[in-house]
Ligand binder design. Sequence first.
Ligand SMILES: [Fe+2]
Length: 307
Amino acid sequence: MDASWWCGHFRRSKLMKTAPLDLGCSVTGVNAAKATKTEIKKLRDLLYKNRLIVLKDQNLTEAQYCDFAKRVGNPVPYLQDNYHHPEFPLIFVSSNVKKDGKQIGVARTGGYWHSDTSFEKDPKFITMLMPKVLPKNFARSTRFIDMAAVYKALPAATKKKLAGREFMHTGKMRYKVRTQDAGYDIFEILATIDKLCPAVRHPAVIEHPYTKEKVLYGNRGFTLSIADASLDESASLLKEIFDFAETPRFVKEVQWSMGDVIIWDNRFLGHTSGRNEGLEEETMMYRITLQDGMPLCASQINSKVAA
Ligand SMILES: [Fe+2]
């Protein structure tokens, strides 16, 4: 989509230029710290039409990064504050870096297929990532699946089985036990998570509010079951669609460089972090998740907390 496209002239005679990536496109000629309203509008249009954009050659302070997020949408701090940057709570710090022997942020995040915050009643639909520390010896990347392409390619019989269904989402099974959880048993910890963030129902197939494309809104990491289905039907249908999706036909990879700001739409994309367990080097990423003023789907069926 929009394989190579000139956006035209903007203030200060800057030229926004795009180039295709394995998924989405890179964008040069825009300074996120000084982006005009017209440029922000164009970036959002590019984002929805391409699923993902990578702003190249950025050099943002934490404050500038948060300010940019506020101009693109409505950024919301992550529900667990142990992930927050100490001075900028909008920033979720994914990091295995230790400073003075103390862990900064949370390590080993997102190494499974998921859509950020799909387990929340009001998921955040835009994710921004900015690297702060990248491995020196191995390229760092994130892998993505375009769930609109997956839905389009599903067999007609599978689409029929999904029609009108809802998926149950929960982050419970991905909860990272914290030092302050010591002394509680697993059931107590699970009950605490349920209280903090109960399982939610979202439509299995959504119509994207901007492009009107149909998208399969489910992921193996957070989608626990199909609402109101038997355990057998639920397990077998979810396995069928995730096995179908998580294949080289759909999996695309985006590599990271310092100066990148990667932005994607969580309605369209499932993703998994590209960390390599055997080759783990120091990495630090700054993530901000945003609401974008649009609902989950064009014909919003209100997502609701499970009874
Ligand atoms: Fe993620």
